[in-house]
Design a protein around this ligand. Structure first.
Ligand SMILES: [Zn+2]
Ligand SMILES: [Zn+2]
Length: 693
């Protein structure tokens, strides 16, 4: 009799085979070139087959582009999407090898997605409707054997139902609302543009555009600072006048005059010690936030690096929202394994001498997985990891060590300085006892401002006193990390989808830049949503669905109930939208044109001061830069490098006065240059390149 095991990805299937095989594995390849593995265990023949993520996707049952549509079904992805053509080989390999099993195991990642992937393979390819389910959080040998031995007799149907419901909901909302937008643009302007939006995209874009509006309408207010730099035993102290912001210039000048030649004396000094608890274990959001802060990695990048490390069994499953580390993961075993790595060895031994190990934990939980942690199978040598993998792995390891560390003890010093009756304040901070900071080391973001030992009445030298012009600042822009954190806080999207949703907003040109700006198009779409599909801008809707999915997962409600509710809501939204289609189309196309124009206008023409614009020449089939003043006789044209993305900088070349652009090419370092190819800044371009070789 044959046992068939279905895994989610090719590398997982090798790992699982290695863990379960009692003797040599027979590694084979199907005639489609897809690897699969055969081995013996408990006297039974096992065959391990792999999917490659989703092999099925949802598709409209009939043809047509009307909205709303709800008549959809699962079809093999390779048949419906060009981009998924590569999945065909995997599909056919399972079809060929996976039909004759006596017993079936699903060993996909243990979550909604993994369970849905496995279930679709099982019912649509293997013609079975149930199987055993292996549940694991790491791909280490120990955990995989345990997951196999203790596999549940039936599939995790609650996870499957929730996974399927999510796919249906996303399709209902994504496809129908996007179709409504496309149809509106066509009616309003005869243009064609893909303007997608989705269940979570809508509220996220709304949130970003609200912030953009606040920033746009912000008016800075001037104020003044009086800053004092003092010296004591060669140590510098920076202090500010106690009225931190002085709104009247006259008042500021008066105080400045009073203090200018005065003597500085310590008026008061207060010291306070406090405990700083260790950080909480990483879930995907906190890992993404921290990796962005430390290394500048986008959330999407961090997720994929972490996924790599998980697949190689170095860390536990990363798509988790849990901030808890249950004792079952075996704290001591993990520390012992980690101590094999030289740089953690000392720390691990130190922690292992503790009688009890109790991790600091956060509030968030996850029904399927614990917080992210290193496994008992560390890489033999971290040097074998790529540098970005090394960084994320180091971060995960040090975080794991830190959560078991002692509180750090910090001290704040608040200093009050008197000059001619005027008070200045300074505060210092230092670490008295390192505690967990020892382990978290370079990743700790403590600021150390160390003050000399002072007492009341001490006289200080005034190094400088300055009257500084300042302005109030607008609300800050979201970064990729802070928006993801905010989405988590508001219950928008899931741990697995947030990074992709953000990427889609970039891809659609709704937002640009690292410090996120909303384009005219993004604002237009957000406004349209707000005016005509307000439910869609509202986070309540998607949050309600998110909670419902959670309930399906807990087995408290049936997915049909949620899907019916969504259908009703969408029929109402669609009817309202259709009534306003023409008007919406006009507004959206205005925003669309503005954004497209904005991106293509590079700056001013040096000869006639009109705008220089990226244009397309049908003759040469190339983009070039032309002057919008050509009708008035301006002949300025400049070539552009081929197959590159051109971005404007708003800067102008000192020498030739043409705009400076950034040239971004795939797999090559981007660079900036001015438009004029004969400009003297480029005089030794060729030479520079050859001398490097
Ligand atoms: Zn010109
Ligand atoms: Zn130049």
């Amino acid at each position: 009799m044959t046992v068939v095991i279905i895994t989610e990805k090719p590398d997982a299937s090798l790992r699982i085979s290695n863990a379960l095989a009692e003797s040599k594995i027979n590694a084979r390849k199907s005639k489609y070139g897809v690897p699969y593995y055969e081995f013996e265990r408990n006297g039974k023949k096992h065959i391990v087959l792999c999917a490659v993520g989703h092999l099925f996707s949802l598709k409209q049952s009939k043809r047509g582009s009307e909205y709303p549509i709800f008549d959809i079904k699962w079809v093999p992805s390779f048949e419906s999407r060009k981009a998924a053509k590569f999945t065909e080989r995997y599909f056919k390999t399972i079809e060929m090898k996976g039909k004759k099993g006596k017993e079936y195991y699903i060993a996909c990642d243990y979550d909604n997605e993994g369970s849905t992937i496995g279930y679709n393979v099982l019912r649509f390819i293997c013609d079975k409707d149930d199987a055993k389910r292996m549940k694991f959080s790491t791909l280490t040998k120990t955990d995989l054997i345990k997951a196999y031995e203790e596999a549940s007799e039936h599939l995790d149907f609650n996870n499957i139902e929730a996974g399927i419901a999510r796919h249906f909901l996303d399709f209902y909302y994504g496809v129908n609302i996007s179709r409504a937008f496309i149809s509106a643009i066509k009616k309003g302007s005869k243009r064609f543009a893909i303007l997608s939006t989705g269940r979570v995209q809508g509220p996220t874009l709304t949130m970003l555009s609200e912030r953009e509006k606040e920033i746009q309408k912000f008016k800075p207010i001037p104020y003044w600072h009086i800053q004092l730099i003092l010296l004591f035993n060669e140590l510098e102290i920076t202090a500010l006048h106690e009225k931190e912001k002085i709104w009247e210039k006259k008042e500021a000048e008066k105080i400045f005059e009073e203090c200018k030649d005065g003597k500085a004396v310590v008026d008061d000094i207060k010291k306070r010690e406090y405990k700083q608890k260790p950080p909480t274990p990483f879930n995907i959001t906190t890992l993404q936030t921290e990796a962005y802060r430390l290394f500048g990695y986008s959330p999407k990048q961090t997720l994929s690096i972490a996924q790599q490390l998980y697949t190689r069994a170095y860390i536990s499953y990363p798509r988790t929202s849990s901030e808890k580390l249950p004792p079952q993961i075996g704290y001591r075993e993990i520390l012992k394994a980690m101590s094999e790595t030289k740089k953690y060895s000392k720390f691990c031994k130190e922690l292992l001498t503790k009688k009890t190990l109790v991790p600091t934990q956060g509030k968030r939980t996850d029904s399927a997985h614990e917080a992210i942690h290193p496994t008992i199978e560390p890489p033999k040598s971290t040097k074998k990891l790529k540098s970005h993998e090394q960084r994320i792995y180091d971060l995960v390891c040090r975080r794991f060590l830190a959560v078991f560390g002692d509180d750090a003890i910090r001290e704040t010093v608040n200093l009050k300085i008197d000059i001619n009756g005027n008070k200045f304040l300074a505060s210092g901070k230092r670490t008295v006892e390192k505690g967990w900071v020892k382990y978290y080391g370079p990743f700790t973001n403590f600021r150390e401002i160390i003050f000399p030992d002072l007492k009341k009445g001490d006289k200080l030298d005034v190094k400088s006193i300055d009257l500084l012009d300042k302005e109030t600042l607008p609300p800050s822009r979201y970064s990729q990390a802070s928006i993801i954190k905010e989405m988590e806080k508001r219950g928008l999207g899931t741990r697995a989808t947030r990074a992709n949703i953000l990427q889609t907003l970039y891809d659609r040109n709704y937002i640009i830049d690292r410090s996120i700006r909303v384009t005219a198009l993004g604002t237009g779409v957000a406004e349209t949503i707000r005016k005509y599909v307000p439910d869609f801008a509202d986070e309540k809707l998607t949050k309600t669905f998110e909670e419902s999915l959670e309930k399906i997962m807990e087995g408290k409600i049936k997915k049909e109930k949620i899907l019916d509710k969504a259908k009703k809501a969408l029929i109402k939204i669609s009817d309202e939208f259709r009534e306003n289609e023409y008007k919406i189309g006009k507004e959206l196309s205005k925003a669309l044109i503005e954004t497209q124009d904005n991106a293509s206008i590079l700056g001013k023409c040096p000869s006639c001061d009109k705008e220089l614009k990226i244009l397309y020449s049908p003759k040469t089939k190339k983009n070039f830069v032309g002057c919008t003043g050509y009708k008035d006789g301006c002949k300025s044209v400049y070539p552009l490098p081929g197959s590159a993305l051109i971005k404007k900088t708003g800067k102008v070349c000192d020498k030739c006065k043409t705009p400076i652009i950034i040239v971004i090419r795939k797999r090559r370092r981007s660079f900036s240059m001015c438009l004029d190819p004969t400009c003297e800044t480029k005089a030794n371009w060729g030479k520079k390149r050859s001398s490097k070789k």
